[in-house]
Each structure stands twice: as structure tokens, then as C-alpha cells.
Design a protein around this ligand. Structure first.
Ligand code: HDE
Length: 679
């Protein structure tokens, strides 16, 4: 492994080291290095007199502060990121010459930024929205960016419609409402009048749009790309990230409550997992289609509103990414990172997907205003780990001090350097696809089926997931004021599923769709989250304990911990509780600082004579029950669950025998949510 790319003593980390500044213990100076004698009083003409222009220290400090903000991203403004590394399981040289996908001995440093799409930078994180999942691989051949989402398809088929989509989705311009929400007239007006959005809207109204955690969602490259091998042979490819912990979601009521109780819920979850050493892991998967099979599908593989059903084109798992380091500074890293689908390496190329083609323009363009000029690639987080040389010079915030008199190609004064590299030695050459056509503004007929895959998605959902979709449509359209827009959406989704459209038409007092049920009967089991990986690992349990605690509880928490389950104690006040056998429990939360919605499960122990304590405990239990979460009860808690008539209900685990309790509760936690409850 070359020094350039080593991960432990990670060269990206080492490279960042020269930019890290730790001011602790240092003397305060101006930006020119002048030691400052006073930092609390501005320079004045007399103690009660006016401030003087001469006060360069005040002016420098204030000017810098006045310019601390940069424009937020137009979309994906609210995001959070972490560093990691990617390991390859097997060489993919058959398909691609990309070095980081060939050499299994290499660990490639990565940086991943997760985001919501619609909200501004300070908005809540558990809103209903797609999530960005953007990965930068710092490879030895240059940076490769996989700029994806947690939904495998998109709203539109052509990039020229993106400004319209985003204008319709963002808060309405006359009153700037609502923030970070699609439940408003302009969004649904766009949907009804741009029916290519049907499939993505189904995903956006499904549980996928309210993920439990960044650690528990899939990532998709969305577009069809090309892999090209050493011999120049190409395959079409779609990229997937599969979370090792499975794909899990919140329920809508819970997501809304978290938005208020902890608007930082997702970043806190990611940050704490990494700090605890529970490193989030995602496997990289590829779906590959041979060039000669391009037309063997009942959809166009260039159409970004279509997925490739995994049952038809299996996902080949090829490697794993582990996120193992939090950022040092959110602005310098998370905010200044600049992703671009056009950052590729030899062996990865594009298809003619018209959405992808437009993105290849947009991402550099937007950085020019967001990051203030053409030198954003010199920011520490954006620098490749391999050297870069060219004849680009100057511009706002240039860091490099280029030496020498020559900054042009071709030249003789510098022996014609920097010089291009032939393809055989690693120079990037675009795939030589044959293109022959007229210049037209149009779209292929093969892009015109907007409903079959939306129905495929509907057919693939389990009953609870279908119910959540009906509820989500009823909620969103219930917020729409225009009767006409509501009716247009009902009529449109009648083409997807009459059952679905009828359900929400009834909820919003619209006329149910008149047509026949869709003739599409195909389903794809891989799309249902009920079929995902189930694991108790890293799940957070709120443990309600009073002042009288049995030593067995500490024991139970310890055993749960050995399955990766984290118990956090909640009580009426903070501090430590000593159990009857002398062990200690730390109370991390009170009924005021915690809420059931930030936990995956509630375990009620009881141990208090106070009626308010019991009332608070039961409030946690009842809310968790309504959100289908596992509930455990032992000791006095067992009695409280009996009184509340919850014992024996699905996912409610109670008992005195420690071993049985731990086993059953662990199983209940792995299931995630218990949908077979009457709530
Ligand atoms: Fe983006 N998108 N996008 N997008 N996108 C941006 O770039 C754009 C699309 C995605 O964490 C912007 O740096 C166009 C699909 C992510 O920094 C902007 C079109 C997918 C992120 C932009 C799309 C994405 C962005 C705003 C239609 C999933 C956040 C700030 C052709 C495959 C990256 C910026 C980060 C960000 C343009 C559609 C993913 C304006 C024109 C499809 C994850 O350039």
C-alpha cells in the first residue's frame, strides 16, 4: 500500500493534520500575529466617549464575524458528516479498472455527508423527506464522489425540470411556509402536473422518508453509470449501500414529536455511535447489466424514475464502508465539502441518463457561489490525497503559491509540463460511446410509463407499510388548500392503486378515482422493510427506575449490553442510585429532559411510591406502545404493566425470571416495531 493512501495513520487524516488548529493554551493575537493586550473594551476617546476608527483589533474581529456565514446549499442544506474507510472484498477487474475497486489490500479513506433535501440549514432532521447520502472516496487516482440518496429513483427525468421541482418543494415564496415539508399546495400541484414523479412520490410517502437513523438507511447512486475495464469493455451499473444494521424507520407521529424534542436527532445518533465505537457500516452493492442487454427490460435503463428490481438484477456485494471518525469542525469539513457526480476515476463513466447529464453541470456551478470562487478544491476537506498539477492559476482565496514562469500548455520552457498521461498509464479517457442523432428537445417514448413501477412499489409493501402510505397521503393532502390540486392527485394516483387513492380521497373529502385497478401485479420483496436485517445492536432503551432498585436490574442492563443494547436510566432527578446489593446506576435523564420518542424501547422497573413518578412512567410506556415499540417490565414495573392491561400484548415483555426476560426482550428489540398491536 502506498503512503498516499494508507488509512491507519490515514493519509487524509494526516493531510488534514497540518490544517488543524488548537487555540487552547495559546496567546490571543490578531490575524497578523500581533499579541493583543485587551479584548473586552473597544478603543474610545475617554471612558464615556465614542469608539475610534483607529481600533484595528475591533474592526478585524467584527469584520470577520460579519462574514462568518456562507450561502447554504440550495438543496440538502441540513447535513451531517463523518470520516471512514472503504475495504474491497473481491477484485472487480472483470468490470472496472478503477484502482480502488481492484486491489483488495487497499483501504480507501472516505467522507460521507448525510442530509435532508428541502429544509434550511437549521431545520429539524426527522421531517418527511428523501435523505442525501454523498460519499467521497479519496483514491490514489483522484477523488471519486458517489452522490446518492436513500431512495433509488427521482422525481423527474430531465435536469431542466430540477429548478421547477425545487421551487415547488421549498417553502412557498409569498409567506415562506412551510419549512422542511412537502405537505403544501405547490409541491402537490407540481406532482399532479408532472406525472413522471409518481414513483418517487410513493417512496417519499413511505416509511423510507422517515428513517430511524442515518445508520439504518440504504443509499443509492440512482442513475445508471458505466464501469469500464482494462480492455475498454463497459457494463451498465447501479450503486447501492446496504446498512449492516438493516433499514428501519420511525413512525410519523414519533418523527413529528422528535422534530420538536430533539431537532438534532439524526446527527446526535451518528455522532454518539461513532464516539461509542459502534461504527456505522454499509456494504457496497452493484447491479450490473451487460451493454448487450440494454433493451431487454420493460423499462428504459436510462430512466432515473425506474429501479432495477433486485430479484431480476441481483445486487452483488463487493465491499464495506465503516464510518469511524467524527469531524473536528462542522464548518470546515461538513459545510465546506463539495461533492460532484463528475468527480470520477478511470474505470467509472457516465450513461446518457438526462438527469445525470444535467447534474454534471450543476455541482461545480453551485460551489462557485456557495464557496466563493473556483479554488474550493484547495479546501482541506476537498483536496485529493494524490498530487494535482495543472495550469489553472489565481482567483479568490487561492492557497497554492505556484512557482515558476510557465502556466500554459504547450510550452518548451518547462519541457511541456505539466503533461497529459496516456490512457495506458492511468489518464482518464471518456468511454467512446457511439452517438448519432438529431438535435431535439424531446424525450424517448421509452420514458413514458410513469405508473407501472409505482404500482410495483405499492404491491411490494406489507399491510402496515400500505397503511402508512395511506396515512401519509391523507396527511399531506389534508394540508393542501386547493380542492382542485387534491382532486388531481387522487386521479393521478388512481393509476397507481385504486385502493390507495380511494383511501386518501375519503380522508380529504375528494371524489375517489373512477378507473380500474392497475393491471400490474408484479412485486419486489426486497422493497419491503419488513424483510430487512433485524438486529438488537446499538438500540437504545429508556430504563425507568425510582429510588428503590433491585441489584438484579444492574445485572439485566449488563446482559443486554453484551448484545449491543444500551440501557439509559430515566428517573425524577439526576444522580446515582445504589441498588439493594450495592451496585450503582447512573441516571442519565429525567422525565423533563427525556421523552419516549428518542428511545427504541422502554423498560420500566419502577421503585417509587410517588404517584407523579408512576404517572410519568406510564406516559412513557403508553406513548412507546402507541409507536409499536418493545416494552419491558420487571419488579414493580411488571405490576404497572398489568394494571395498564398491557401484559401479553405483542412486543410487551414482562417477567421475573432474569434470563427469560433478557432473551425475550432482546428478541422483541430486534423486531424493531410490533405492528400487530391494536393502537
Ligand atoms: Fe443534487 N444537488 N441535484 N441530486 N444532490 C445538490 O449541489 C442537482 C439529484 C444530491 O452533501 C447541489 O453542492 C440537480 C439526484 C445530494 O453536499 C446542486 C439535479 C440525487 C446532494 C444539486 C439533482 C442528488 C445534492 C446543491 C437534477 C441523488 C448534497 C448543493 C438533475 C442521486 C451533497 C450542492 C452534499 C446537492 C443539483 C438531483 C443528490 C444544486 C441539478 C437525482 C446527496 O448542485
Amino acid at each position: 500500500m502506498s503512503d498516499q493512501n494508507k488509512v491507519n495513520g490515514n493519509s487524509k487524516n494526516e493531510q488534514l493534520e497540518q490544517y488543524r488548529a488548537d487555540d487552547k493554551g495559546k496567546k490571543l493575537t490578531t490575524n497578523q500575529g500581533l499579541k493583543v493586550a485587551e479584548d473586552e473594551f473597544s478603543l474610545k476617546a475617554g471612558e464615556r466617549g465614542p469608539t475610534l476608527m483607529e481600533d484595528f483589533h475591533f474592526r478585524e474581529k467584527m469584520t470577520h464575524f460579519d462574514h462568518e456565514r456562507i450561502p447554504e446549499r440550495i438543496v440538502h442544506a441540513r447535513g451531517f458528516a463523518a470520516h471512514g474507510e472503504f475495504e474491497l472484498y473481491e477484485s472487480l477487474s472483470e468490470f472496472t479498472k478503477a484502482d480502488f475497486l481492484n486491489d483488495t489490500s487497499k483501504k480507501t479513506p472516505t467522507f460521507v455527508r448525510f442530509s435532508t433535501v428541502a429544509g434550511s440549514r437549521g431545520s429539524a432532521e426527522t421531517v418527511r423527506d428523501a435523505r442525501g447520502f454523498a460519499t467521497k472516496f479519496y483514491t490514489e487516482e483522484g477523488n471519486y464522489d458517489l452522490v446518492g440518496n436513500n431512495i433509488p429513483v427521482f422525481f423527474i427525468q430531465d435536469a431542466i425540470k430540477f429548478p421547477d421541482l425545487v421551487h415547488a418543494l421549498k417553502p412557498e415564496p409569498h409567506n415562506e411556509m412551510p419549512q422542511a415539508a412537502s405537505a403544501h399546495d405547490t409541491f402537490w400541484d407540481f406532482v399532479a402536473n408532472n406525472q413522471e414523479s409518481a414513483h418517487m412520490v410513493m417512496w417519499a410517502m413511505s416509511d423510507r422518508a422517515i428513517p430511524r437513523s442515518f445508520r439504518m438507511m440504504e443509499g443509492f447512486g440512482v442513475h445508471t453509470f458505466r464501469l469500464v475495464n482494462d480492455e475498454g469493455k463497459a457494463h451498465f451499473v447501479k450503486f447501492h449501500w446496504k446498512p449492516v444494521l438493516g433499514t428501519h424507520s420511525l413512525v410519523w407521529d414519533e418523527a413529528q414529536k422528535i422534530s420538536g424534542k430533539d431537532p438534532d436527532f439524526h446527527r446526535r445518533d451518528l455522532w454518539e455511535s461513532i464516539e461509542n465505537g459502534d461504527y456505522p457500516e454499509y456494504e457496497l452493492g452493484l447491479q450490473i447489466i451487460a451493454e448487450e442487454d440494454e433493451f431487454n427490460f420493460d423499462f428504459d435503463i436510462l430512466d432515473p424514475t425506474k429501479l432495477w428490481p433486485e430479484e431480476d438484477v441481483p445486487v452483488k456485494i463487493v465491499g464495506k464502508m465503516t464510518l469511524n471518525r467524527n469531524v473536528d469542525n462542522v464548518f470546515a469539513e461538513t459545510e465546506q465539502v463539495a461533492f460532484h457526480p463528475g468527480h470520477v476515476v478511470p474505470g467509472i463513466d457516465f450513461s446518457n441518463d438526462p438527469l445525470l447529464q444535467g447534474r454534471l453541470f450543476s455541482y461545480t456551478d453551485t460551489q462557485l457561489s456557495r464557496l466563493g470562487g473556483p479554488n474550493f478544491h484547495e479546501l482541506p476537506i476537498n483536496r485529493p490525497v494524490c498530487p494535482f498539477h495543472n495550469n489553472q492559476r489565481d482567483g479568490i482565496s487561492r492557497h497554492t503559491i505556484n512557482r515558476g514562469q510557465v502556466s500554459y500548455h504547450k510550452n518548451s520552457l518547462a519541457a511541456n509540463t505539466p503533461s497529459p498521461t496516456p490512457e495506458a498509464e492511468g489518464g482518464y479517457v471518456h468511454y467512446q460511446e457511439k452517438v448519432d442523432g438529431r438535435k431535439i428537445r424531446g424525450r424517448s417514448e421509452s420514458f413514458k410509463d410513469h405508473f407501472s413501477q409505482a404500482t410495483l412499489f405499492w404491491n411490494s409493501m406489507s399491510e402496515p407499510e400500505k397503511q402508512h402510505l395511506k396515512n401519509a397521503f391523507s396527511f399531506e393532502l389534508g394540508k393542501v388548500k386547493s380542492k382542485s390540486v387534491q382532486q388531481q392527485v387522487v386521479d393521478m394516483f388512481g393509476n397507481v392503486s385504486v385502493e390507495l387513492a380511494t383511501a386518501f380521497a375519503e380522508a380529504i373529502d375528494a371524489v375517489p378515482p373512477q378507473g380500474e385497478e392497475s393491471s400490474v401485479t408484479k412485486s419486489s420483496p426486497a422493497l419491503s422493510q419488513l424483510n430487512t436485517v433485524k438486529s438488537p445492536k446499538t438500540r437504545k432503551v429508556g430504563v425507568i427506575v425510582g429510588s428503590i432498585v433491585s441489584g438484579e436490574v444492574a445485572d439485566i442492563l449488563q446482559t443486554l449490553k453484551s448484545s449491543g443494547i444500551q440501557g439509559e436510566c430515566i428517573s425524577d432527578k439526576l444522580g446515582r442510585r445504589t441498588t439493594d446489593d450495592g451496585s450503582e446506576l447512573e441516571i442519565m435523564h429525567t422525565f423533563l429532559t427525556a421523552t419516549s420518542v428518542i428511545f427504541d424501547a422502554i423498560y420500566v422497573v419502577g421503585g417509587s411510591d410517588d404517584a407523579t413518578f408512576k404517572k410519568n412512567a406510564l406516559h412513557f410506556v403508553n406513548e412507546a406502545y402507541a409507536h409499536y415499540k418493545p416494552i419491558g417490565g420487571t419488579h414493580e414495573g411488571l405490576q404497572w404493566l398489568n394494571e395498564a392491561e398491557l401484559t401479553g400484548e405483542p412486543g410487551v415483555v414482562s417477567g421475573d425470571g432474569k434470563d427469560d426476560f433478557v432473551k425475550n426482550f432482546t428478541e422483541a428489540i430486534s423486531v424493531h416495531r410490533h405492528w400487530n398491536r391494536q393502537v
